[in-house]
Design a protein around this ligand. Structure first.
Ligand SMILES: Cc1ncc(COP(=O)(O)O)c(C=O)c1O
Length: 311
Protein backbone atom coordinates (compact mmCIF):
# COMPACT_ATOMS: atom_id res chain seq x y z
CA UNK A 1 0.00 0.00 0.00
CA UNK A 2 1.43 3.39 -0.91
CA UNK A 3 1.72 5.77 1.99
CA UNK A 4 0.55 8.64 -0.24
CA UNK A 5 -2.88 7.02 -0.55
CA UNK A 6 -3.17 6.63 3.21
CA UNK A 7 -1.85 10.11 3.76
CA UNK A 8 -4.40 11.75 1.48
CA UNK A 9 -7.54 10.30 2.98
CA UNK A 10 -9.03 10.37 6.46
CA UNK A 11 -7.50 7.42 8.24
CA UNK A 12 -9.50 4.36 8.84
CA UNK A 13 -11.31 4.39 12.23
CA UNK A 14 -12.25 1.27 14.12
CA UNK A 15 -13.11 1.06 17.78
CA UNK A 16 -13.09 -2.63 18.52
CA UNK A 17 -14.88 -3.76 21.62
CA UNK A 18 -12.79 -6.10 23.79
CA UNK A 19 -15.01 -8.97 24.77
CA UNK A 20 -13.59 -10.11 28.08
CA UNK A 21 -15.26 -10.53 31.44
CA UNK A 22 -14.91 -7.34 33.45
CA UNK A 23 -16.35 -6.38 36.84
CA UNK A 24 -18.71 -3.46 37.63
CA UNK A 25 -20.27 -3.36 34.16
CA UNK A 26 -17.08 -1.75 32.83
CA UNK A 27 -16.53 -1.88 29.08
CA UNK A 28 -13.27 -1.55 27.15
CA UNK A 29 -12.73 -0.81 23.46
CA UNK A 30 -9.53 -0.32 21.52
CA UNK A 31 -9.01 2.17 18.72
CA UNK A 32 -7.12 0.19 16.08
CA UNK A 33 -4.74 2.91 14.91
CA UNK A 34 -2.29 0.07 14.23
CA UNK A 35 -4.37 -0.74 11.14
CA UNK A 36 -3.87 2.68 9.50
CA UNK A 37 -0.89 1.47 7.52
CA UNK A 38 1.48 -1.55 7.68
CA UNK A 39 4.67 0.51 8.21
CA UNK A 40 3.53 3.98 9.23
CA UNK A 41 0.99 2.90 11.78
CA UNK A 42 -0.61 4.30 14.89
CA UNK A 43 0.87 7.46 16.33
CA UNK A 44 3.66 7.42 13.73
CA UNK A 45 1.19 8.31 10.99
CA UNK A 46 -0.34 11.02 13.19
CA UNK A 47 3.02 12.51 14.10
CA UNK A 48 4.45 12.50 10.60
CA UNK A 49 1.42 13.85 8.75
CA UNK A 50 1.92 17.59 9.38
CA UNK A 51 5.70 17.32 9.66
CA UNK A 52 6.00 15.91 6.14
CA UNK A 53 3.66 18.59 4.80
CA UNK A 54 5.86 21.20 6.47
CA UNK A 55 9.04 19.66 5.08
CA UNK A 56 7.50 19.81 1.59
CA UNK A 57 6.46 23.41 2.08
CA UNK A 58 10.04 24.26 3.08
CA UNK A 59 11.26 22.52 -0.09
CA UNK A 60 13.55 20.29 1.94
CA UNK A 61 14.75 17.14 0.24
CA UNK A 62 16.07 15.38 3.35
CA UNK A 63 14.58 14.27 6.65
CA UNK A 64 16.90 13.65 9.62
CA UNK A 65 15.79 12.01 12.81
CA UNK A 66 16.97 10.08 15.87
CA UNK A 67 16.21 6.70 17.37
CA UNK A 68 17.35 3.54 19.13
CA UNK A 69 18.05 0.09 17.73
CA UNK A 70 14.43 -1.03 17.40
CA UNK A 71 12.75 2.36 17.01
CA UNK A 72 9.25 2.35 15.49
CA UNK A 73 9.87 5.97 14.59
CA UNK A 74 13.03 5.20 12.57
CA UNK A 75 11.17 2.52 10.59
CA UNK A 76 8.21 4.85 9.93
CA UNK A 77 10.36 7.82 8.84
CA UNK A 78 12.38 5.58 6.52
CA UNK A 79 9.27 4.21 4.83
CA UNK A 80 7.26 7.45 4.71
CA UNK A 81 10.32 9.35 3.48
CA UNK A 82 10.86 6.88 0.65
CA UNK A 83 7.20 7.06 -0.39
CA UNK A 84 7.13 10.83 -0.27
CA UNK A 85 10.39 11.34 -2.15
CA UNK A 86 12.66 12.42 0.72
CA UNK A 87 16.19 11.26 1.41
CA UNK A 88 16.29 10.05 5.04
CA UNK A 89 19.04 10.03 7.66
CA UNK A 90 18.81 8.21 10.98
CA UNK A 91 21.09 9.15 13.88
CA UNK A 92 21.16 5.88 15.79
CA UNK A 93 21.95 5.45 19.50
CA UNK A 94 24.80 2.93 19.99
CA UNK A 95 27.96 2.86 17.88
CA UNK A 96 28.16 -0.94 18.36
CA UNK A 97 25.18 -1.34 16.00
CA UNK A 98 27.23 -0.30 12.97
CA UNK A 99 28.08 -3.94 12.17
CA UNK A 100 24.71 -5.36 13.20
CA UNK A 101 22.33 -3.88 10.65
CA UNK A 102 21.62 -7.20 8.96
CA UNK A 103 20.64 -8.89 12.21
CA UNK A 104 18.42 -6.03 13.35
CA UNK A 105 15.01 -6.16 11.57
CA UNK A 106 14.25 -2.45 12.18
CA UNK A 107 17.58 -1.13 10.88
CA UNK A 108 17.59 -3.59 8.00
CA UNK A 109 14.11 -2.43 6.98
CA UNK A 110 15.07 1.24 7.28
CA UNK A 111 18.20 0.67 5.20
CA UNK A 112 16.19 -1.14 2.53
CA UNK A 113 13.95 1.94 2.42
CA UNK A 114 17.07 3.97 1.60
CA UNK A 115 17.82 5.48 5.02
CA UNK A 116 21.45 6.46 5.68
CA UNK A 117 22.69 5.97 9.23
CA UNK A 118 25.09 7.66 11.56
CA UNK A 119 25.79 5.58 14.65
CA UNK A 120 26.69 7.64 17.71
CA UNK A 121 27.72 6.80 21.27
CA UNK A 122 25.14 7.08 24.04
CA UNK A 123 26.93 10.23 25.30
CA UNK A 124 26.73 11.89 21.88
CA UNK A 125 23.12 10.82 21.50
CA UNK A 126 22.22 12.74 24.67
CA UNK A 127 23.27 15.93 22.87
CA UNK A 128 20.59 15.48 20.20
CA UNK A 129 18.74 18.64 21.20
CA UNK A 130 21.87 20.82 21.56
CA UNK A 131 22.38 23.48 18.92
CA UNK A 132 26.09 22.70 18.61
CA UNK A 133 25.42 19.02 17.85
CA UNK A 134 22.70 19.86 15.32
CA UNK A 135 24.98 22.41 13.63
CA UNK A 136 27.68 19.75 13.32
CA UNK A 137 25.12 17.42 11.70
CA UNK A 138 24.15 20.19 9.27
CA UNK A 139 27.78 20.59 8.23
CA UNK A 140 28.07 16.88 7.61
CA UNK A 141 24.72 16.13 5.96
CA UNK A 142 23.85 19.44 4.25
CA UNK A 143 20.46 20.92 4.99
CA UNK A 144 17.63 18.80 6.39
CA UNK A 145 14.24 18.95 8.05
CA UNK A 146 14.77 17.77 11.61
CA UNK A 147 12.22 15.48 13.21
CA UNK A 148 12.99 14.99 16.92
CA UNK A 149 13.34 11.60 18.63
CA UNK A 150 9.99 9.80 18.77
CA UNK A 151 8.68 12.38 16.29
CA UNK A 152 7.35 14.65 19.03
CA UNK A 153 7.03 18.36 18.28
CA UNK A 154 4.15 20.85 17.95
CA UNK A 155 3.14 19.55 14.50
CA UNK A 156 3.16 15.96 15.76
CA UNK A 157 0.84 16.96 18.59
CA UNK A 158 -1.45 18.67 16.08
CA UNK A 159 -1.61 15.33 14.22
CA UNK A 160 -2.27 13.38 17.43
CA UNK A 161 -5.18 15.72 18.19
CA UNK A 162 -6.92 14.01 15.26
CA UNK A 163 -6.90 10.56 16.90
CA UNK A 164 -10.12 11.24 18.82
CA UNK A 165 -13.15 11.98 16.65
CA UNK A 166 -16.93 12.20 16.88
CA UNK A 167 -17.24 8.44 17.29
CA UNK A 168 -15.43 8.65 20.65
CA UNK A 169 -17.70 10.94 22.64
CA UNK A 170 -19.28 7.99 24.52
CA UNK A 171 -16.03 7.14 26.35
CA UNK A 172 -15.22 8.31 29.90
CA UNK A 173 -11.53 7.36 29.85
CA UNK A 174 -8.96 7.43 27.06
CA UNK A 175 -5.75 5.43 27.72
CA UNK A 176 -2.46 5.35 25.85
CA UNK A 177 1.17 4.34 26.19
CA UNK A 178 3.66 7.17 26.75
CA UNK A 179 7.23 7.52 25.47
CA UNK A 180 8.13 11.12 24.68
CA UNK A 181 4.67 12.48 25.60
CA UNK A 182 3.52 13.68 22.17
CA UNK A 183 0.66 11.26 21.68
CA UNK A 184 -0.89 11.82 25.08
CA UNK A 185 -0.55 15.60 24.63
CA UNK A 186 -2.63 15.43 21.45
CA UNK A 187 -5.22 13.26 23.16
CA UNK A 188 -5.44 15.59 26.16
CA UNK A 189 -5.94 18.60 23.90
CA UNK A 190 -8.76 16.96 21.97
CA UNK A 191 -10.52 15.05 24.79
CA UNK A 192 -13.94 16.30 25.81
CA UNK A 193 -14.50 17.79 29.28
CA UNK A 194 -16.13 14.57 30.58
CA UNK A 195 -13.17 12.44 29.44
CA UNK A 196 -10.07 11.71 31.51
CA UNK A 197 -6.85 10.76 29.70
CA UNK A 198 -4.57 8.18 31.35
CA UNK A 199 -0.99 7.68 30.19
CA UNK A 200 1.16 4.64 30.90
CA UNK A 201 4.87 5.53 30.55
CA UNK A 202 7.06 2.84 29.00
CA UNK A 203 10.06 4.40 30.76
CA UNK A 204 11.02 4.69 34.40
CA UNK A 205 11.09 8.17 35.96
CA UNK A 206 8.72 11.09 36.38
CA UNK A 207 10.32 13.68 34.05
CA UNK A 208 7.45 13.33 31.55
CA UNK A 209 4.92 15.17 33.69
CA UNK A 210 6.60 18.58 33.17
CA UNK A 211 7.23 17.90 29.49
CA UNK A 212 3.56 17.13 28.83
CA UNK A 213 2.43 20.21 30.80
CA UNK A 214 4.24 22.41 28.26
CA UNK A 215 2.06 21.04 25.44
CA UNK A 216 -1.41 20.78 26.95
CA UNK A 217 -4.28 23.03 27.99
CA UNK A 218 -6.17 20.78 30.43
CA UNK A 219 -5.55 19.18 33.80
CA UNK A 220 -7.86 16.24 33.22
CA UNK A 221 -5.15 13.64 32.82
CA UNK A 222 -2.85 11.44 34.85
CA UNK A 223 0.30 9.41 34.33
CA UNK A 224 0.30 5.93 35.86
CA UNK A 225 3.90 4.92 36.51
CA UNK A 226 3.48 1.35 37.75
CA UNK A 227 3.52 -0.64 34.51
CA UNK A 228 6.91 -0.08 32.83
CA UNK A 229 8.00 -3.66 33.68
CA UNK A 230 11.50 -2.60 34.69
CA UNK A 231 12.00 0.24 32.19
CA UNK A 232 12.17 1.05 28.53
CA UNK A 233 12.50 -2.02 26.32
CA UNK A 234 12.40 -4.39 29.30
CA UNK A 235 10.06 -7.38 29.20
CA UNK A 236 9.23 -10.23 31.54
CA UNK A 237 8.00 -13.76 30.74
CA UNK A 238 4.64 -12.70 32.26
CA UNK A 239 4.34 -9.82 29.80
CA UNK A 240 5.11 -12.11 26.86
CA UNK A 241 2.51 -14.65 27.94
CA UNK A 242 0.01 -11.82 28.44
CA UNK A 243 0.56 -10.69 24.81
CA UNK A 244 0.16 -14.26 23.54
CA UNK A 245 -2.97 -14.98 25.63
CA UNK A 246 -4.52 -11.63 24.74
CA UNK A 247 -3.96 -12.38 21.06
CA UNK A 248 -5.48 -15.87 21.36
CA UNK A 249 -8.54 -14.46 23.09
CA UNK A 250 -9.14 -11.26 21.10
CA UNK A 251 -7.06 -11.58 17.90
CA UNK A 252 -5.63 -8.15 18.73
CA UNK A 253 -1.81 -8.01 18.41
CA UNK A 254 0.04 -5.89 20.98
CA UNK A 255 3.67 -4.77 20.97
CA UNK A 256 5.88 -5.52 23.99
CA UNK A 257 7.41 -2.04 24.44
CA UNK A 258 4.33 0.19 24.57
CA UNK A 259 0.80 -1.08 23.97
CA UNK A 260 0.99 -4.36 25.95
CA UNK A 261 2.22 -2.54 29.06
CA UNK A 262 -0.66 -0.07 28.78
CA UNK A 263 -3.26 -2.83 28.35
CA UNK A 264 -1.87 -4.77 31.36
CA UNK A 265 -2.05 -1.53 33.34
CA UNK A 266 -5.66 -0.77 32.45
CA UNK A 267 -6.84 -4.33 33.19
CA UNK A 268 -4.99 -4.29 36.51
CA UNK A 269 -6.49 -0.91 37.47
CA UNK A 270 -9.95 -2.29 36.67
CA UNK A 271 -9.34 -5.21 39.06
CA UNK A 272 -8.06 -2.76 41.70
CA UNK A 273 -11.19 -0.61 41.56
CA UNK A 274 -9.56 2.46 40.01
CA UNK A 275 -12.49 2.93 37.62
CA UNK A 276 -16.05 3.57 38.81
CA UNK A 277 -19.00 1.36 37.92
CA UNK A 278 -20.18 1.52 34.26
CA UNK A 279 -16.97 3.17 33.05
CA UNK A 280 -16.56 3.13 29.30
CA UNK A 281 -12.83 2.97 28.51
CA UNK A 282 -11.09 3.56 25.19
CA UNK A 283 -7.56 2.23 24.68
CA UNK A 284 -5.50 3.72 21.87
CA UNK A 285 -3.54 1.13 19.89
CA UNK A 286 -0.56 3.24 18.87
CA UNK A 287 0.98 0.55 16.63
CA UNK A 288 4.59 -0.48 17.17
CA UNK A 289 4.14 -3.99 15.84
CA UNK A 290 7.23 -3.72 13.62
CA UNK A 291 9.24 -3.98 16.87
CA UNK A 292 8.02 -7.51 17.58
CA UNK A 293 10.51 -9.10 15.16
CA UNK A 294 13.43 -7.39 16.91
CA UNK A 295 12.16 -8.40 20.35
CA UNK A 296 11.71 -11.98 19.18
CA UNK A 297 15.32 -12.05 17.96
CA UNK A 298 16.44 -11.01 21.45
CA UNK A 299 14.11 -13.52 23.16
CA UNK A 300 15.33 -16.30 20.88
CA UNK A 301 18.97 -15.54 21.74
CA UNK A 302 18.07 -15.80 25.42
CA UNK A 303 16.12 -19.03 24.75
CA UNK A 304 12.91 -17.46 26.10
CA UNK A 305 9.37 -18.00 24.77
CA UNK A 306 8.57 -15.83 21.74
CA UNK A 307 5.77 -13.38 21.04
CA UNK A 308 3.19 -15.06 18.83
CA UNK A 309 0.72 -12.65 17.32
CA UNK A 310 -0.02 -14.42 14.06
CA UNK A 311 -2.31 -17.36 13.40
C1 LIG B 1 3.93 2.11 19.38
C2 LIG B 1 4.15 3.32 20.21
N1 LIG B 1 3.21 3.63 21.12
C3 LIG B 1 3.35 4.70 21.92
C4 LIG B 1 4.46 5.50 21.85
C5 LIG B 1 4.58 6.66 22.76
O1 LIG B 1 4.31 7.83 22.07
P1 LIG B 1 4.93 9.22 22.54
O2 LIG B 1 6.40 9.15 22.27
O3 LIG B 1 4.24 10.19 21.70
O4 LIG B 1 4.64 9.37 24.00
C6 LIG B 1 5.47 5.21 20.92
C7 LIG B 1 6.69 6.04 20.80
O5 LIG B 1 6.75 6.98 20.12
C8 LIG B 1 5.30 4.10 20.07
O6 LIG B 1 6.22 3.76 19.15
Amino acid sequence: MRFDDTFAKTPFQLNQSIKINLPKNISVSIKREDLIHPFVSGNKFRKLKYNLLQAKQENTSTLLTFGGAYSNHIAAVAFAGKEQGFKTIGIIRGEELVNKIQENPTLKFAQECGMDFEFVTRQEYRLKEELEFITSLKKKWTDFYLIPEGGTNALAIKGCQEILTDIDTEFDYVCCAVGTGGTISGLINSALPHQKVLGFPALKGDFLQDEICTFVNSKHWELIHDYHFGGYGKVTPELISFINDFYKETKIPLDPIYTAKMVVGVLDLIQNNYFPENSNILLIHTGGLQGVAGMNTKLKNKKLPLIQIHD
